[in-house]
Design a protein around this ligand. Structure first.
Ligand code: FAD
Length: 642
């Protein structure tokens, strides 16, 4: 059984689905000048609605003429603008929630306290209390229908939504560890644990089996069985559908670990990493290890010689591996050509063979797979494919979240295969790059280069990364190199370097697209500065911004009102089932965090401003009409918008 066969099946699948897209080639509006549904129109009746110029959702490749380029400024200190969408009660709630998050004991014992409150007051009162505080702040509602008003309101203020069904299993640590060990260890490994040449990084370790440890920003899925993966896929399908219904320019996010047995991701990651390392080894043999990754090109004749010497095949057979359309045109093989070998099952008989750098021999990664393991892998890829097709049908862009480094090479590679297939005409699939990784820049530049060579639309979400503490502890304890940058400043530099590279690509071809997914105001300002320098208008919809619901409104709303495409990750789900999510939000907003201190002080400033200027009745229900003008729904609210 070859993983590559499955991957290549994805890649080779014909492109008819792309042609079937329901996304019409016509013009779309951005969130700023959002296409209004009938429902919205009726809400806006009687208001002085001023339509903004429509802008294209997914722009074409030409840059606009320089003369039309403008310099856009956004003021992140103007609290009146930032909190225009919020009533006084909402501001007070935010302050209360952030204040509670500053009390260490409450954050540390939040789960126990929630349980206690439920016992003391009963479920109904508990839910009411949560809705008035944490749930109300960070979660949009219980289901697709309940979240609609909030989505509509944010959109009216220029802020779009990435729907994120946030229900999580509340497992104990022991249960999580058991599930992980059951789902990450193959039958063959179970029978003879040391028989295969597996690397410890890409094996499951019970002490890190609970992948939630040390993670505050991200949700964790544990594998139970195939039926559960199907249910999770259904949930993603519903989110995609709802995102398509909610706006003409929706995003939906998925996590690969929800879609299949993680054993596959671990093993495929190991294969990819070992082949990449093998390339580096061969480059070193040719004296090219000091060169930049993409400049390392292996001379074909020397390469054939080396591989033949290692006994990987007869020289002529090896020559055939590189005789494909794109391989070796220049008589040299770079890492991208090399990686494409992993697709090509007809040329290399068994791609689960990985090179052993010590012995120079190829060895099987795993001796055997059971039929069930094989079909589990297939089903995971099928689920991914179904989701991508559904996204295309509903005109929704699909973001694949990044996860732990022992899964990420596989996640990223599968996402790239989807991009190759679905991003031919528009950026539909977005990969995620974690800039806290030492290898982030290499990954971004390699994938952009591939998109350039193959002519598809590159789509990236750039994040700093959510698993830092866990990654570091695991590397230290298991004994491999820490994959994370040495300090926060290095991560910041990496983020900005990756972002600059993508922006340059946008400047060059208008085929790349990026979501700056960060709560860091300096990063957002850096992006705006670069966009201004490049003359890249927000309405070109090439650069998006992303923040979580209930966090950093002082960044999202001014951006939205200035016409930038900005999105909130919008979690939703029943109160009891989003408690693990709420618990993480409490952690991330702890009082000592720089971002939450600033948010608190801005909220105070705005409340004081409203009280001093006699705006105590402000409810934040004014309607934003797309070009910065407000239509007041009734006189009582009018003082809030002046
Ligand atoms: C819309 C959205 C989508 C996201 N999707 C993903 C995703 O798919 N995958 C994912 O992993 N995360 C994701 N995240 C979370 C993200 O990676 C960050 O954890 C979170 O946003 C905090 O980073 P920041 O840039 O907002 O803020 P900042 O406060 O500026 O950055 C904090 C981050 O910096 C890094 N850092 C902090 N200290 C150090 C140090 N000593 N050394 C090295 N690095 C350090 C860590 O990554 C830390 O999380 C997402 C976040 C958002 C807003």
């Amino acid at each position: 059984m070859s993983y590559a066969k499955l991957v290549s099946a994805l890649a080779r699948a014909n492109s008819t689905n792309v042609n079937k897209m329901l996304v019409s080639p016509g013009r779309y509006r951005s969130t700023v000048a959002s296409a209004k549904s009938q429902e919205e129109r009726s809400q806006l009746e009687g208001c002085a609605v001023v339509e903004a110029e429509p802008v294209e959702l997914i722009s074409h490749t030409e840059a606009p003429p320089k003369a039309r380029r403008s310099h856009v400024k956004v003021d992140f200190d103007n609290t009146q603008e930032a909190y225009k969408s919020k009533g006084n009660i909402e501001l007070l709630r935010s302050l209360l929630v952030f204040r509670l998050c500053a009390i260490d004991v409450l954050v540390e014992k939040n789960k126990e306290l929630m349980e206690l409150t439920k016992k003391l007051f009963g479920q109904r009162i508990f839910e009411k209390m949560m809705k008035m505080t944490f749930y109300g702040q960070f979660v949009a509602g219980e289901d697709h229908n309940a979240i609609k008003p909030l989505i509509r309101k944010n959109r009216a203020f220029g802020v779009g939504a990435v729907l994120d069904y946030s229900v999580e299993e509340d497992l104990t640590q022991e249960e999580a560890e058991k599930k992980e060990m059951d789902s990450c260890v193959s039958e063959a490994e179970r029978e003879s644990p040391d028989a295969d040449q597996r690397e410890k990084k890409y094996k499951a370790h019970r002490q890190f089996g609970d992948r939630r440890g040390g993670v505050i920003s991200a949700r964790t899925y544990f594998y139970a069985d195939e039926a559960k993966c199907d249910t999770q896929m259904e949930t993603f399908l519903n989110c995609i559908k709802a995102s398509g219904g909610a706006s003409a320019d929706g995003f939906s996010a998925i996590k690969m670990t929800a879609l299949g047995r993680p054993q596959f991701l671990l093993q495929f990651s190991e294969v990819l990493v070992k082949w990449r390392r093998f390339f580096n080894f061969l480059a070193a043999q040719q004296g090219k290890s000091e060169m930049m990754l993409l400049e390392q090109k292996l001379e074909l004749d020397e390469l054939k010689e080396s591989l033949a010497k290692m006994g990987l095949g007869a020289k002529d057979d090896i020559g055939n591996w590189f005789s494909g359309e794109k391989l070796g045109l220049s008589g040299a093989i770079d890492l991208l050509d090399w990686n494409s070998l992993i697709n090509n099952t007809t040329k290399i008989s068994n791609l689960l063979m990985v090179p052993n750098l010590k012995t120079g021999q190829l060895e099987p990664l795993l001796k055997t797979f059971t039929a069930e393991e094989e079909s589990q892998m297939k089903r995971m890829l099928q689920r991914v494919d179904i989701l991508a097709n559904h996204a295309v049908e509903h005109g929704v862009r699909l973001m694949v979240d990044a996860e732990q480094t022992y899964f990420q090479p596989a996640i990223s590679r599968l996402t790239l295969e989807m991009q190759r297939k679905f991003n031919r005409e528009k950026p539909i699939i977005f990969n995620t790059y974690q800039c806290y990784l030492k290898e982030a820049y290499d990954n971004v530049t390699m994938d952009i280069e591939l998109s350039r060579r193959e002519g598809w639309y590159f789509g990236a979400k750039l994040v700093r990364g959510a698993y830092m503490y866990q990654e570091r502890d695991r590397a230290k304890e298991i004994g491999y190199e820490d994959p994370i940058n040495p300090d926060y400043e290095a991560t910041n530099r990496m983020y900005h370097k990756c972002l600059e590279y993508v922006l340059e690509e946008i400047d060059n071809s208008r085929k790349a697209n990026v979501m700056v997914a960060s709560h860091n105001e300096d990063t957002v300002k850096f992006t705006l500065e670069k966009m201004n320098e490049m003359g890249l208008s927000p309405t070109e919809n090439k650069v998006y911004f992303g923040q979580l619901l209930g966090m950093c409104d002082q960044i999202s709303f001014p951006l939205g009102q200035a016409g930038f495409p900005v999105y909130k990750y919008v979690p939703y789900g029943p109160v009891n089932e989003v408690i693990p999510y709420l618990s993480r939000r409490a952690q991330e907003n702890r009082g000592f965090m720089k971002g939450s201190q600033r948010e608190r002080s801005l909220l105070w400033r705005e409340l004081k401003r409203r009280l001093l200027s006699g705006q105590a009745a402000c409810t934040g229900r004014e309607i934003f009409t797309g070009n910065g003008l407000f239509a007041k729904r009734s006189r009582i609210f009018s003082s809030c918008v002046e």
